[in-house]
Design a protein around this ligand. Structure first.
Ligand code: SF4
Ligand code: SF4
Length: 381
């Protein structure tokens, strides 16, 4: 239960406030769950008072609702609609600007925006796994993405081991949760065994240890550690979904002509919601943002979706003309060919694509349906 550093403390609600204050004193902007527009949203906070007290959620296919809990939990819900990726890989990033000077000469400005120093508070295990996936995509290549790499370098992560999975969660299937194992600076378990929540906090990095050692708090007892372990043990038993992952990439690859792709294509709207909500989807498009006077212009990288008709446009036409081909591309990449490309699954089991698909398409059900009649349709057109 103790983090890699071996230090674990027990804090009350005021103790959590001191953690936030200590993080802020070190120059970080704390981003944490809040409630906005009837949903949990990760936003800047300055105090634990902004955390969603006594708030839970209900998630299912095409369904997301907040609900009132019968306790004062501050982390009593599952993954929020919008993931942390919007902070490390923003929806729009200006790559460079150009302007024409008084002589008509074009001048280019590639200066990057100031790098924010974020501390993410409340990162679930699946979401942490998604950040580690993006580390491989953006920072592990021969040419790291400078925006991502700079933001990631400055990041402090406070994970919250999950005690409240939703009806769409399947992190246990993907081996990513509900307990975060690596990649955090501090790891917190919320205990609800007393009138007010308590927090068991472990260090997962030298920076986390330094912060933890600056706090005046008691070490966690053996009973505390057992209670913390029980939180994620119970969460494991309450996963909303299951995905059979054994041989999954190969299974999908040999079923590229399975009739289930036609079935899902008849339901899919090709809206791209699943890709926007997914914490690992990373496709982008570069667009020109020209000022109306024609004097200045900017090249902006924006999130894009492989469900867009034009996404696969190359000279002469679009490669993936049909919804069938676009859904198949998305799912076989996410669960299959991502392994070849990045050495990991592209899915961490957060369930967002299920909850935020307007017609309730469920990636676990689609994979199960293909597996149930593995080989059907092979060789057909
Ligand atoms: S594919 Fe769906 S369940 Fe998997 S990480 Fe993306 S949004 Fe989450
Ligand atoms: S699977 Fe659902 S969310 Fe994704 S593109 Fe199709 S309709 Fe939209």
């Amino acid at each position: 239960m103790a983090g890699p550093s071996g230090t674990t403390l027990a804090l009350d609600g005021d103790g959590l406030e001191t953690v936030i204050a200590a993080v802020r004193q070190r120059g970080y902007t704390v981003i944490a769950p809040t409630v906005r527009d009837g949903a949990v949203a990760y936003e800047p906070i300055t105090s634990a008072a902004a955390l969603p007290r006594g708030v839970g959620d209900e998630q299912g296919p095409a369904r997301y609702r907040l609900r009132e809990r019968d306790d004062d939990a501050l982390f009593g819900f599952a993954a929020a609609p919008s993931s942390w990726k919007r902070y490390l890989y923003p929806p729009a990033t200006t790559l460079w600007r150009a302007r024409r000077d008084e002589h008509g000469t074009l001048l280019f400005d590639e200066s990057a925006a100031a790098v924010p120093r974020y501390a993410f508070l409340g990162v679930r295990a699946c979401e942490l796994a998604a950040i580690l996936v993006h580390d491989r995509v953006f920072a592990g290549a021969a040419h790291p993405d400078p925006t991502y790499a700079a933001r990631r370098r400055e990041l402090f992560i406070i994970a919250v081991h999950c005690g409240s999975p939703s009806g769409v969660c399947f992190c246990t299937s993907m081996g990513t949760g509900p307990r975060a194992r690596e990649g955090f600076d501090l790891g917190i378990t919320e205990l609800l065994d007393t009138a007010t929540p308590r927090y068991i906090v472990e260090a997962g990095s030298p920076a986390g240890l330094e912060l933890l050692e600056s706090l005046a708090a008691s070490p966690a007892t053996v009973q505390d550690l057992e209670a913390a372990q029980a939180v994620t043990d119970v969460a494991t038993e309450h996963m909303g979904r299951h995905l059979e992952t054994g041989g999954l990439p190969e299974m999908l690859q040999r079923n590229l002509e399975h009739p289930q792709w036609d079935d899902v294509a008849a339901r899919c709207l090709s809206c791209g919601n699943c890709t926007m909500a997914c914490p690992t989807c990373f496709c982008s498009d570069d667009v020109e943002a020209q000022a109306p006077d024609g004097e200045t212009s900017a090249r902006v990288r924006e999130w894009a979706s492989c469900f867009s008709h034009d996404f696969s446009y190359i000279h002469g036409g679009t490669v993936r003309e049909t919804v069938r081909s676009r859904y198949r591309q998305w799912m076989t990449h996410k669960l299959g060919t991502w392994w070849e490309q990045f050495g990991t699954s592209g899915c961490v089991g957060c369930g967002r694509c299920i909850a935020w698909c307007p017609v309730g398409i469920d990636i676990t059900e689609e994979a199960a349906a293909i597996r149930a009649s593995d080989g059907r349709g092979r060789g057909s057109a």
